[in-house]
Design a protein around this ligand. Structure first.
Ligand SMILES: NC(=O)c1ccc[n+]([C@@H]2O[C@H](COP(=O)([O-])OP(=O)(O)OC[C@H]3O[C@@H](n4cnc5c(N)ncnc54)[C@H](OP(=O)(O)O)[C@@H]3O)[C@@H](O)[C@H]2O)c1
Length: 324
């Protein structure tokens, strides 16, 4: 698989990354089973065989079990660590953490960021994260504290590079004003059915245009060389054989996806992901399937090149309205 260099790092990553959100099985505190471990070994091995070298985690995924099962994979295959890029996230806290009755919340405090990374390293059985992302913007963020946490994590060798997820241009600029380390990634929800960050540039200054909060996020990232990662890149599978009662724009887009896949002798996954890869911002889809066949079908996107006409035909069908 072809690779991207992440600007301002020495990391070379596959154009498609593997999302480990559901690698640990159910979102509960049941212990990992032998079946969970062998399934994870299979998925990580398949992803790596397809050329994927970036694995996306978060401290909360399947309540820590995704990182823990990945740690078991690394334990079985110690050579793998040096060949891959491991990224995790922090900043979301579940209800009842740590005291019963505590609300679900975001937490970018120094203590929480540092403790979260230490927990991730323990579960992953590794001494460093290649990249740490702040998971979702914390309205109580104190950027000086984030900067202090980043300094400490970098100084101690626990984290090499830093980034954000679900952040707007303004939120990134605020953080960057305080942090010495460049923010190198912004991971955002993006797919044909959720293309607001792309569409907002098209509808700017149109009557009824919305999306003002995130305005300019994609352009900010391009201008400051922040790599965009797309989460939910296949919209959770909604574009593959949608039921008759699905929204019209979903059905029409799915029809075109199927037609293009047939014309290009490739898979529907490859067309949906190829739409993201065709964007010049060098977007890296983070795929989340837990089915090895779909994982392989997805990686065929690396060989697909959509024309400008095909890209717009998909875009217009998916937005459900003609261009202005
Ligand atoms: N930063 C954030 O806030 C954030 C939020 C969510 C996710 N993420 C990251 O992004 C990754 C991907 O997210 P995602 O899992 O939502 O994305 P996704 O890849 O768009 O969706 C995966 C889901 O779609 C299903 N699916 C995939 N291909 C399918 C097909 N051909 N037919 C039917 N169903 C299909 C999968 O089921 P099967 O497993 O059965 O294939 C799985 O449930 C996660 O693993 C995580 O690393 C980040």
């Amino acid at each position: 698989m072809k690779r991207y260099s992440i600007p301002n790092t020495n990391l070379e990553v596959s154009r498609i990354g593997y999302g480990c959100m559901n690698l640990g099985g159910a979102w509960n505190q049941a212990p990992l089973t032998a079946a969970d471990i062998s399934r994870a070994v299979g998925l990580v091995t398949t992803a790596h065989e397809q050329g994927i070298n970036l694995f996306d985690h978060a401290d909360i995924y399947t309540r820590g079990k995704s990182e823990a099962v990945f740690g078991k994979v690394l334990q079985q295959q110690p050579d793998l660590r040096g060949k891959i890029v491991i990224q995790s996230k922090c900043g979301i806290r579940f209800r009842d953490d740590p005291r019963p009755g505590d609300p679900g919340r975001y937490d970018f405090s120094y203590e929480h960021i540092v403790q979260s990374v230490e927990g991730s390293l323990r579960r992953l059985q590794t001494s460093y994260l290649d990249v740490l992302l702040l998971h979702r913007p914390d309205p109580l963020v104190e950027p000086e504290e984030v900067a202090r946490a980043f300094d400490e994590l970098q100084r101690s060798g626990k984290v090499r590079y830093f980034g954000v997820s679900n952040h707007t241009a303004g939120q990134m600029a605020l953080l960057q004003n305080y942090c010495d380390q460049p923010l190198v990634i912004n991971q955002v929800e993006m797919n044909l059915l959720h293309a607001y960050l792309i569409d907002e540039g098209v509808i700017a200054n149109q009557a009824g245009g919305q999306y003002t909060a995130a305005a300019g996020t994609l352009d900010y990232c391009r201008r400051h060389e922040v790599m965009i990662q797309a989460w939910a890149p296949v919209a959770g599978g909604k574009l593959f054989n949608p039921p008759p009662q699905a929204e019209e724009r979903v059905r029409k887009t799915a029809d075109l996806v199927a037609k293009l896949a047939q014309e290009k002798s490739t898979t529907q996954e490859a067309i949906v992901l190829g739409w993201l890869l065709r964007h010049p911002a060098r977007i890296q889809p983070i795929i989340g399937t837990t089915n090895p066949d779909r994982l392989i079908a997805s990686c065929l996107a690396d060989d697909v090149t959509l024309t400008r006409e095909e890209w717009f035909a998909l875009f217009v069908r998916a937005r459900g309205a003609p261009l202005p």
